[in-house]
Ligand binder design. Sequence first.
Ligand code: SIN
Ligand code: MN
Length: 259
Amino acid sequence: MQLSEAQLADFEDGGWILLKELFSPEEVAVLMDDVPRIFALRREEVVREKDGKTPRTAFAAQYYSEPFRRLSRHPRLVEPVSQILGGPVYVHQFKINAKAAFDGDVWQWHQDYGTWSRDDGMPEARALNIALFLEDVTACNGPLMLIPDSHRDGVLGAGHDRATTSYPLWTLDQETVTALAAEKGMVAPLGKAGSVLMFHGNLVHGSPGNMSPYSRTIVYISACHVDNHIRKFQRPEWIAHRDFTAIDCLPDDCLTAPN
Ligand code: SIN
Ligand code: MN
């Protein structure tokens, strides 16, 4: 699947695009069917919230889930990313974020490339996030919030926050976010399950806690140009992958008609 000139221009301008209902309810159901099993696993890749019970994120699920393995090679995701990044891409990180009903915690303001650069030695911001909504994302269940156009500001100063949530993150301070938002505004792209949000590695984003009774499962693939692979290997392989092989796409119907 190829993005139109207008979609490419939108991505370049704002640093993000939303492709509404790119995956069908049947395709989403194939993925969602495996999510309870994944979040119930007691393995290091499945990170819990501070309460020690609620699932927060399941890293590297493409290694232990057949539907998510197929998703990680899906042409509807991989081809547009290759188009944006101008060549073959590999999976740098893969995670399913739960944002559980009532107990899903905040993701503080941050830039992903800030972490990829500082912790993983990724040379340039030639990497981006694909977020596939596996449940409806509404104003009520902790949607992602983005500062449009913030991808042009490079890597901003950040502090390593190990206290706020169960997962350490390089986060931006309130002054930085206030100044950026005053200049560029803020958006919270909402959409039905099956919608796909793509956003630049330097785009400033975060999400509030989920106090609603609706969970907000999103699967994220962070894709990087193969030439721009990471140089530093201090984080576990299941957080920052070390297989820099270009993704070899499966057929478009790989979720519903697996071979
Ligand atoms: C992230 O930025 O890595 C996760 C944000 C979210 O799922 O709300
Ligand atoms: Mn992020």
